[in-house]
Design a protein around this ligand. Structure first.
Ligand SMILES: Nc1ncnc2c1ncn2[C@@H]1O[C@H](COP(=O)(O)OP(=O)(O)OP(=O)(O)O)[C@@H](O)[C@H]1O
Ligand SMILES: [Mg+2]
Length: 640
């Protein structure tokens, strides 16, 4: 029942602008439909929503007597006490949306509950409620919003171009549809159906309807739970990335939300696996008891705060890391041109006789099913190239935006959490009916470098090996770099970093840390193998430095490490230090063009077997790639 909230409650609700653009109207109305228990929702927009927005649902409907209240500010059926604000289970709770929308547009509402014999229609113009009339209709609610901001021309003027506003709406509807895969969503743009989802409660299906098959093919399922959190969804293989974070989607208790902390956590899990400046794609749902998240933070309800942020971040990080490392990440390389690699893609897909789903050709564009055949793999053609895009120009280190997974891991994850879920193996899904085959081959990391028969070395850099029906090519420098890096990190974790006394100590001039933090700083540096002693008021003597494989970190590196103490806290230092280690590992590693003997190669492989990540060097470039016999046969035209 809709009730007016007592001011003692409404005062506690984050207040502010509710509708500032058409997408906000769509969001509020669709969320109302979801809250009303709809199983089918249709969203229709014209003119980027500026002149027309229609949202129809088959949900509970609004009882006739409550219609006037629905448009009143602070009138809601969703909460009725202050305590309820701290355990919100619905998407709406402020009782603001309809009132705000109705005050800046012309609204037409048609609704029917299953108890009402007929439906009712009311109109509200600029907030003024007209009288209700009876109308024949099915159970559910339809809201039509016309001429948004007609009575607030200044706001209208601030709207962006139709193309821009429309793409915001489409992006939003995509995410709403993915947040509730049990609901059938239909999106109609300017009279044409853009897409519909099947409501089968399968994220994989919804992703395919919305973003296309190619994306789904590169996804790895993620599933894990503790007593407080259930994480499910998909993360892309590190070889499938985008240049922006738009395809990073988070749903918390069925709400599409944005969380910088969670986003950072996931991106940290990808660190070292993707090339710099590229972002993994993910759609992740977190379920947690309602009193474990606070949604009453911002009027837009897209921000949340977890009650125990470190616990969820740690759990999420480990879960994703585990998922990423649990499948075969060796890039399969083709010798062939684009067309051939597209063919490979096609052959993996098993979709039952069904019309091709609409294709997204440009990121910002809407899906418009076209009678003209659009090649489905248009988007994917670029991917094999992207996968092999190993050239990193400029100063890599400068671009490394902080953070090293291992340290973050250390900070965030308690042992309990790790043991708790490490048993849960992600299971590739086998859905019935229409589906895309996920290309996730489980892999035992320790066996990746087993039984590789070394054929020889190419260009004194690439070790060529054979196993079964594949050739494997290992970049010796990248491999060794990763080995040294992981060795150093584990030495650091176990407090056994090798350190070397300097024949000639050097003086660092600076403050190291504020007085209070100095002890901490000194202890921390000691763990890293750097011994410092105070030297007068604002200077320090450095007596020893860490060594990686006999190569001491240079004075410059130490200097820049110490410089950071002045400004930063130790967490960020951890990650900056990682860069230094990467740099040092890189310097100490065997170079491309160093000739390795067979026994040295075998030694390297046995070290690779012990690594946490034997796929990529610390910069994210591949260590090993695979080329199948089939690819060779194709190239030599033995097979088509
Ligand atoms: N599509 C719908 N189906 C059924 N009831 C609806 C629908 N849309 C709105 N209502 C009813 O109208 C009330 C007011 O909606 P409104 O969106 O203004 O507020 P709210 O959803 O309660 O909170 P919020 O402002 O956070 O969205 C809701 O509480 C709900 O009872
Ligand atoms: Mg609402």
């Amino acid at each position: 029942m809709i009730r007016k909230l007592d001011p003692s409650i409404s005062n506690k609700i984050a207040a502010g602008e509710v509708v500032e653009r058409p997408a906000a109207v769509v969001k509020e109305l669709v969320e109302n439909s979801i809250d009303a228990g709809a199983t089918a929702i249709t969203i229709e927009i014209k003119d980027a929503g500026k002149s027309y927005i229609r949202i129809s649902d088959n949900g509970s409907g609004i009882p006739y007597e409550e219609l006037p209240l629905a448009f009143e500010r602070h009138a809601t059926s969703k909460i009725d006490s202050v305590e309820a604000i701290y355990k919100i289970s619905t998407l709406g709770f402020r009782g603001e949306a309809l009132a705000s929308i109705a005050s800046v547009s012309r609204v037409e509402l048609v609704t029917k509950t299953k108890n009402d014999e007929t439906g009712h229609k009311v109109t509200v113009n600029g907030g003024v409620l007209g009288s209700a009339e009876q109308i024949g209709t099915t159970d559910g609610t339809t809201l039509i919003i016309r001429d948004l901001f007609y009575n607030t021309p200044v706001r209208f003027k601030f709207l962006k171009s139709n193309q821009a506003e429309q793409s915001v709406i489409v992006d939003l509807v995509n995410k709403l549809a993915l947040s509730h895969t049990e609901i059938r969503f239909t999106l109609i743009v300017d009279g044409r159906e853009a897409y519909r989802t099947d409501g089968k409660a399968k994220l994989q299906n919804a992703l395919m309807h919305i973003y296309g098959r190619e994306l789904v093919r590169h996804m790895i399922p993620v599933e894990a739970k503790t007593d407080k959190y259930v994480i499910s969804g998909f993360v892309s293989k590190p070889s499938y990335t985008r240049g922006n974070r738009k395809y990073q989607m988070l749903f918390v208790n069925g709400r599409y939300v944005k969380s910088d902390d969670i986003q950072k956590t996931v991106n940290n899990a990808y660190k070292g696996l993707t090339t710099i400046g590229k972002f993994g794609v993910y759609a992740l749902a977190i379920e947690t008891p309602f009193d474990h998240v606070d949604v009453n933070i911002h009027p837009s309800k897209t921000e949340i705060r977890f009650k125990e942020p470190l616990a969820i971040e740690g759990f999420l990080f480990t879960t994703i890391k585990h998922a990423l490392m649990g499948v075969d990440l060796v890039p399969k390389v083709t010798l062939s041109d684009k067309v051939a690699s597209v063919e490979t893609t096609t052959s993996r897909i098993s979709v039952e006789n069904r019309p091709e789903p609409p294709v997204r050709t440009k990121e910002s564009a809407v899906y418009i099913p076209d009678s003209v055949q659009v090649p489905v793999y248009q988007d994917s053609v670029k991917e094999p190239e992207a996968m092999l895009d190993m050239t990193i120009t400029g100063d890599i280190m400068a671009k490394l935006d902080a953070a090293l997974t291992d340290e973050t891991f250390d900070d965030l994850v308690t042992d309990d959490l790790i043991t708790d879920f490490f048993d849960t193996q992600p299971t590739p899904r086998t859905d019935e009916g229409e589906q895309v085959a996920l290309d996730v081959t489980p892999v035992e990391l320790s066996t990746l470098y087993d039984d590789l028969h070394v054929i020889g070395t190419l260009f004194s850099t690439y070790i060529i090996c054979e196993r079964g029906h594949s050739a494997f090519i290992v970049d010796q420098h990248a491999a060794h770099e990763r080995v040294l890096y992981e060795q150093f990190i584990s030495a650091f974790k176990e407090d056994r970093v090798e350190s070397q006394m300097l024949l000639q100590a050097f003086v660092y001039e600076g403050d190291l840390a504020s007085r209070a933090d100095q002890e901490d700083a000194i202890r921390w540096l000691m763990r890293l193998g750097v011994t410092v002693e105070p030297f007068g008021e604002h200077a320090w003597v450095i007596r020893s430095v860490p060594v990686i494989k006999g190569v001491p970190l240079s004075q410059d590196t130490i200097q820049s490490l110490l410089d950071r103490f002045e400004e930063e806290k130790s967490e960020t230092l951890n990650s900056h230090f990682a860069e230094d280690v990467i740099r040092a590992s890189c310097r100490a590693a065997v170079k491309a063009r160093d000739v390795l003997s067979l026994s040295e190669i075998q030694g390297l492989f046995s070290l690779l077997k012990t690594l946490e990540n034997p796929y990529t060097c610390p910069h994210g470039r591949p260590i090993i790639i695979e080329m199948t016999e089939k690819e060779f046969e194709k190239k030599f035209k033995r097979i088509q």
